[in-house]
Structures are given as structure tokens and as C-alpha cells.
Design a protein around this ligand. Structure first.
Ligand SMILES: [Fe+2]
Ligand SMILES: [Fe+2]
Length: 309
């Protein structure tokens, strides 16, 4: 039979162990709920279940030895950490602390049945500390991957928006130039070009706003401006430019995965569409000067812009 002294010692040790297992269960479950990653969450819950088994083994032994299991006691729990890696380190620390404690107890008792329990639990805790170590490494690489991916996406979006911004900037300057140059030769065309420049200014504003809201640098370096002076050339030039940018915007918006970016590209692309109807006229190579004047008239005061002369 076990000596009273030995029995009291084991009851005391195992009740302390119950409080350690208790705190481990709470800590791991809490972490499982806060970690926000399904695989890690499941693993944490599985480990918490094993700690429940440990608690049960210790409690059964305490009762068997005539003691009162210390179910209302709990050791310290560490619930919060600045990062998920730090959180996993808290669990590694908890396992190492338990392994040390149970190993010391093992040396201090002689009851074989109690020693078997301790050996079994030490074995589990050693496995747990390794699992936590792995989780820590996985979470670290996960964080790295997602942050570098996000950063790359951010840079891509900023570059794309700045390219579009620069394009709008260039068009504003060119159309204002064309508007100024045709001011007296063709006041209607001049007005229309000015309206188009104002449109581009709106686009410029949307894009700049988007860039600034997202904390991107806005590229307002001066674009190269093509000075087109002659009426027919202005029409041709703007026609082909608008066709180009509309196609570009549509294809960009289809490729854009960022919803804000897609929205802004689609919005600009749709505004370019009404200019492209003129393409049909201009594709006809046999246009006379009279036809051109008709086109100019349509371009400036006709139905395309829903404006009366
Ligand atoms: Fe345990
Ligand atoms: Fe454990």
C-alpha cells in the first residue's frame, strides 16, 4: 500500500496539474476562436481536447487516492499577443513549463501508476510543443505571403491608375490646346473640345481621389503633348485616341480584380463610348470637304451630343 506521505504528495501534484491543464484548455480554445484560420483553429481545438483528457486522468487519480480534484483552480492563462506568432509562442512556453513540471514530479514520486500517467502526459505535451512550433512557422510564412502579395497588388493598382491619370492629363492639355486654336476658326468645335477637356478633368479627379484615398502617390509629372492644329486632323486624332482609350479601359476593367479599380475603369470607358460613333464616318476614305464639314457640324452641334445649334 502507498504511504500517506506519498499519497498526499501525488494528490497535491496532480491537483496542481489539473490547474495547469485547465488553463491550457482555456488558452488554446480562446486562441482557436481568435486565430481566424481554419486549419490552425482545428489543430488548436484538437490539442485542447487532449488537455481535457490529461485533466481527466489527473482528476481520476486524485479521486482514486481519496483527494478532492481542484477543478475550481486555474493557473495563469495568456490570451493575447501582438501577432499570431507571438500567440503560438505563448503556447510553446505553456507546454515547456508543463513538461518541466511533470518531469520534476516524475523524479519525486515512486508510485508506478502515477508515473505512467505522467509519462503519458509528458509524451503528449512534447508533441504539442512541436505542433505549436510548426503552427508558428506556418503562420509566419502565411503572414509574409499575404503581405507581399498585397503590397504587389497595391503597387500594380497605383501604377495602372497613374498611367490612366497621365493619359487623362495629356488629353486635357491637348484638347484645351485644340479648343484654343480653333476658337475663332470654328467656335462650335472649340466649345466641344473644351467640353471634352472638362470631361477628362472629371476623370482626372476621380482617379486622383482614388489614388489619394488608398494612400498612393499621385503622378502629376507633365505629359508630352501633341499639338494638332488643323480641324480635320483634330477630328481624326481625337477619334482614334478615344477609340484606343475606350478599348484600353474596357480591357483593363475586365482584367482588374480590385473592385474599386474596375468600377473606375468601367465608368471612364462608358463615357468614351459616345465619341466612337463618328468612327463610321471617318472610316470612309472617300469623304469630301463637304462631308468633313458635315462631320464637324455633327461633332459639335449634332445629335451625338444631344445639343441644339
Ligand atoms: Fe496537457
Ligand atoms: Fe499540451
Amino acid at each position: 500500500m502507498m504511504k500517506d506521505l506519498e499519497r498526499e504528495k501525488i494528490i497535491q501534484y496532480f491537483n496542481y496539474n489539473i490547474s495547469l491543464e485547465h488553463s491550457a484548455i482555456i488558452q488554446y480554445l480562446f486562441h482557436a476562436y481568435t486565430v481566424g484560420e481554419a486549419e490552425t483553429e482545428n489543430e488548436l481545438e484538437e490539442i485542447a481536447r487532449e488537455e481535457m483528457r490529461h485533466l481527466r486522468m489527473f482528476a481520476h487519480k486524485v479521486v482514486e487516492l481519496g483527494g478532492d480534484p481542484a477543478i475550481s483552480e486555474r493557473a495563469a492563462v495568456f490570451l493575447h499577443a501582438p501577432t499570431l506568432e507571438d500567440l503560438m509562442q505563448l503556447n510553446i512556453d505553456a507546454e515547456i513549463m508543463a513538461i518541466n513540471e511533470y518531469s520534476n514530479q516524475l523524479k519525486d514520486i515512486s508510485d508506478e501508476s502515477a508515473k505512467r500517467i505522467l509519462n503519458r502526459v509528458i509524451n503528449d505535451e512534447t508533441a504539442h510543443s512541436k505542433i505549436f512550433q510548426k503552427m508558428k512557422e506556418n503562420l509566419r510564412s502565411m503572414i509574409k505571403d499575404s503581405s507581399s502579395q498585397k503590397e504587389q497588388e497595391r503597387i500594380q493598382i497605383a501604377q495602372l491608375l497613374n498611367e490612366i491619370l497621365q493619359r487623362q492629363y495629356k488629353k486635357i492639355l491637348e484638347e484645351l490646346y485644340q479648343s484654343f486654336i480653333t476658337r475663332f476658326k470654328n467656335p462650335h468645335l472649340s466649345d466641344e473640345l473644351e467640353q471634352k477637356a472638362i470631361d477628362k478633368m472629371k476623370h482626372f479627379g476621380w482617379i486622383a481621389e482614388e489614388l489619394s484615398e488608398k494612400g498612393y502617390e499621385i503622378d502629376v509629372s507633365l505629359p508630352s503633348v501633341e499639338k494638332v492644329k488643323e480641324e480635320k486632323s483634330i477630328i481624326n486624332y481625337n477619334q482614334s485616341e478615344e477609340q484606343k482609350s475606350q478599348e484600353e479601359f474596357l480591357s483593363l476593367s475586365q482584367k482588374a480584380e480590385n473592385p474599386d479599380l474596375r468600377w473606375i475603369l468601367e465608368r471612364i470607358a462608358k463615357r468614351e463610348i459616345h465619341y466612337t460613333d463618328l468612327k463610321k464616318f471617318l472610316d470612309n476614305n472617300n469623304l469630301s470637304e463637304k462631308d468633313y464639314s458635315k462631320i464637324i457640324s455633327a461633332f459639335t452641334v449634332g445629335s451625338l451630343f444631344k445639343r441644339g445649334s
